[in-house]
Design a protein around this ligand. Structure first.
Ligand SMILES: O=C(O)CCC(=O)C(=O)O
Ligand SMILES: [Fe+2]
Length: 377
């Protein structure tokens, strides 16, 4: 039995149901699924699919065909991170999906399965409002921050579109930065294998690595859920929960990663643990640095390369969101309970980080900004 909550979005009191889902699923870090009604009005569903749910290839081609998209080979068991992303045109990819002919311009044997992954569709077509973020997942510090800091960079957000044929799949992994993710099927069906945070430890192999394909290992001693996600449904994956995903037919989905007050503690723990590992790894070269500040700067550079975020960026994100919430100039103003949670969790995190501020590079202004911020609160 899968302990998923199916949440109808249109309850009589949206505010009450938002608060309930926020507490049970986001703070409780438990998965849930939103029913098909939560996406049925999306342009992505009305414009892109026929009443039988299949994709309107001609519409997609005429509207978005000239865009470049990233595809990966998806038929081999290979390390997730080391898969090579190949840029192709969306036109060529659609042609390949529809005709089953090899992907044009790519020198790969016939029959290879190509999966279009991590396309920053909203950045590519900002004027086309393909979908709206479900209310329950709207407190999103990460994309709010990216939009303000990097509004014109095509890849600097955490909003993605996926499209793959039957048989394409995503190996076993957890999402970046201890983030939450939601994933909505615009068309098609996905089979999910989902593991509560920490449960993946039971699957560590003799080589110290996690398996990339959990369908080929014995899962009997390991708590996990298998869920088949139908067209239109939205699945919520909690922070730190490993998962593996298979497309059971041609499937187009949109997916966001995000962090907020409910995950920020996990992210801070991840940053701290990862920085300690970086320091241990390069301990031998510590003497090569002129002073502690040069050493700290190098450690933060490696942290950024490893995780995609480091301390200065994390503090900048918190200061940005915290300032906005205090000034109250954000679009979720009516949801006062989330605003209060945001302020409280940022204050709590800054209280903890006060002791790590001397690990920042000298020129970083965060320590003063954080101290000032704590004075205001
Ligand atoms: O749909 C997929 O292939 C992967 C989706 C995923 O990993 C996610 O939404 O976090
Ligand atoms: Fe994922």
């Amino acid at each position: 039995m899968i302990p998923f909550v199916i949440v109808p979005e249109n309850t009589t009191s949206l505010y009450e149901s938002y608060q309930k889902v926020y507490e049970e699923c986001l703070e409780g870090n438990k998965p849930c699924v939103l029913s098909e009604e939560s996406t049925c009005k999306w342009l992505a569903r009305t414009d892109w699919t026929y009443p039988d749910g299949s994709l309107k290839f001609d519409f997609l081609r005429s509207r978005f065909g000239r865009a470049g998209v990233p595809v990966v080979q998806s038929d081999e068991q290979s390390d997730y991170a080391s898969r090579l992303q190949v840029p192709v045109s969306f036109d060529d990819y659609l042609e390949h999906l529809e005709s089953k002919r090899p992907l044009s311009g790519i020198n790969a044997p016939h029959g290879h399965v190509w999966y279009l992954k991590d396309w920053h569709f909203q950045r590519a077509f900002p004027e086309y409002r393909a979908y709206t973020v479900p209310l329950y997942f709207s407190s999103d510090w990460l994309n709010e921050y990216c939009d303000a800091r990097y509004p014109y960079e095509p890849d600097k957000d955490y909003r993605f579109l996926y499209l793959g044929p039957k048989g394409s799949w995503t190996p076993f992994h957890e999402d970046v930065l201890q983030s939450f993710s939601w994933s909505a099927n615009v068309s098609g069906t996905k089979k999910w294998y989902i593991f509560p945070a920490g449960e993946e430890q039971k699957l560590i192999q003799a080589d110290g690595q996690l398996p990339s394909d959990v369908t080929s290992v014995d899962l009997s001693g390991c708590v996990h859920f298998v869920f088949v996600q139908r067209p239109g449904e939205v699945i919520f994956i909690p922070s730190g929960w490993h998962h593996q995903v298979h497309n059971l037919d041609t499937t187009l989905s949109v997916n966001h990663n995000w962090i907020n007050a409910a995950t920020v503690g996990n992210l801070w723990n991840l940053l701290r643990d990862s920085l300690n590992k970086v320091k241990q790894e390069i301990e031998d070269c510590a003497a090569d640095f002129v002073d502690a500040h040069e050493w700290n700067r190098q450690c933060q550079m490696i942290l950024k390369a490893d995780l995609g975020m480091n301390y200065p960026e994390f503090f900048d994100l918190l200061l940005f969101i915290g300032t906005r919430r205090i000034q109250c100039d954000n679009e979720h103003e009516q949801y006062e309970f989330v605003r209060m949670k945001d302020i409280e969790s940022i204050r709590g995190t800054f209280k903890q980080v006060e002791f790590s501020l001397d690990e920042l590079p000298r020129e970083d202004g965060a320590p003063d900004a954080i101290r000032k911020f704590l004075e205001v609160l």
